[in-house]
Design a protein around this ligand. Sequence first.
Ligand code: GLV
Ligand code: GLV
Length: 323
Amino acid sequence: RLMKVFLTRRIPQEGMKILSATGVCEVSQWDSDEPAPRAELLKGVQGAHGLLCMLSDKIDAEVLDAAGPNLKVISTFSVGYDHLAMDEIKKRGIRVGYTPDVLTDATAELAVALLLSTARRLPEGVEEVKNGGWSSWKPLWLCGHGLSDSTVGIIGLGRIGMAIAQRLKPFGVKRVLYSGRTAKPYAAEVNGEFVPLDTLLSDSDFIVVSCSLTPQTQGLCDKAFFSKMKKSAIFVNISRGAVVNQEDLYEALKNGQIAAAGLDVTTPEPLPTNHPLLTLKNCVVIPHLGSATYSTRGVMSALAAQNLVNGLQGADMPSELTV
Ligand code: GLV
Ligand code: GLV
């Protein structure tokens, strides 16, 4: 008998091929590039054995109850899993697949792009060219901060944090600091120095947040955090919006407490177009593009599908989440 699978979104063909080729599942899908409305999600999961979801789908007790006792596997098209109520999921004995590793390079590359764009004020420059603000070459115009001889602080030196540090090193970065729960032996590869958060904040010229969102990191970047940073420092967040208190970030940017911020993630997503952060020239906001390369999204699609299929068959998943 075919197992019922619900897909909450249109995904790259690589994953669809796997779902159909294996002959294990009967797929129903919210066949759109936009998220399924909550009611459609609750309807779609009914009786499903497997669920393939996105980071924008909140999978909580309500969804699990709507799915019912058939549900055996949840496969998320993401490395982050803060949208999954893991306690509820584990209580029900449901297995979870996710997509680590395959998006590390793309996400680190995006982090570097965002850091450089923010530090060197590229979006402001582009805007000035378009609006006629480019009157001549000027020694004091649109100056920013460079990486050469700088100190970079990484909050959360995991796979992605390491890949960011590796990419920044060739720019002539002098020191790489990191903080988190524990020192990482592999940090030696980037000469990473494990320091208390306060030291990281006071000594870094660039701070990159690449930790996962947990109760411990929620709201970590708040008024006290920004007040300990250098006035010339650049703040970059590529993890999850909720790690940042956005009101406090707004104040810090507005009052010149820090130089600039580059955000790939916000609360909420999408950020409303009238949000105060968007009125600031020294805040660069992009729409959660970390893993957005054609090839990475294709590989994520295949991995998410294979996790689902293997899980449904009771086999090992290529990437099972065990927390
Ligand atoms: C992206 O943010 C992901 O978790 O995959
Ligand atoms: C975070 O998701 C990491 O892989 O470092």
